[in-house]
Design a binder for this molecule. Structure first.
Ligand code: SF4
Length: 229
């Protein structure tokens, strides 16, 4: 019984890696699409990116990063001024407070530097495991799996997990993905989720892994699109 379970786990892992490598060949440039030059800029950009597109954040950050260069700069202004500076990213009141509280903690507890470990990062306001893993991958060379809405949806559709909770999804993916690919594979799923495996109507007929995907609601080739005349 134990031997069978072990062999099933190996099969699942091999299948998963084949799926991921096929996808990776389609998106060889999959990467973090937020623009930044240092850990503080990426921290702020990831907080702004909650419930907002990376494109919108990238429109706002050039002026923002020109004005605010250090944690002190973010803490020194009145919060209403910061709110106005980030308004177009949505949820601006909450995000402005998160940025200020995170910067205050960076000054008080981390000597003014964005910390480079998971426990310290998630102790900052507005920083969950997803944001922390973005920072660890991008700025500190530590592999991390970034479970955003696309990654979670695709991981479920592709049969890598049955979980809904991002932390549990991350744990399942950790068992399947080679550690050195955690960051790249996460971005690959995001790219595929944005262009082919869309939330409402996945374009399964265009998908390079359709023969390996167990998603039961794949539209069939013959199904008529009601909007098609
Ligand atoms: S076959 Fe469809 S559901 Fe499966 S990964 Fe491709 S687009 Fe997504």
């Amino acid at each position: 019984m134990a031997v069978r379970k072990k062999s099933e786990a190996i099969d699942k892992r091999a299948r998963c890696i084949e799926v991921m490598e096929r996808l990776r060949s389609i998106y060889p440039k999959a990467r973090c699409t937020l623009n930044y030059k240092n850990p503080l800029e990426l921290l702020v950009a990831t907080i702004l990116a909650a419930q907002c597109t990376d494109e919108r954040v990238n429109q706002v950050t050039p002026a923002l990063f020109q004005k605010y260069k250090t944690p002190e700069d973010y803490v020194a202004v009145d919060v209403t001024e910061l709110e106005e500076d980030i308004r177009s990213c949505g949820f601006y009141r909450n995000k402005a407070r998160c940025i200020q509280r995170a910067c205050k903690a960076i000054l008080e507890r981390f000597g003014g530097q964005v910390p480079g470990d998971m426990d310290s990062l998630v102790s900052l306001d507005g920083v969950g495991r997803k944001t922390a893993n973005v920072l660890l991958n991008e700025c500190f060379g530590v592999p991390g799996i970034i479970v955003d809405t696309h990654c979670a949806r695709l991981a479920r559709r592709l049969g890598f997990t049955k979980e809904e909770d991002p932390v549990k999804i991350e744990e399942d993916l950790m068992k399947l993905w080679p550690r050195e690919h955690w960051g790249t594979y996460s971005h690959t799923l995001v790219f595929h989720g944005r262009s082919v495996c869309l939330a409402r109507s996945p374009k399964c007929q265009e998908c390079v892994v359709k023969d390996m995907c167990p998603f039961p609601d794949k539209p069939s080739q013959t199904r008529k699109n009601p909007k098609t005349k």
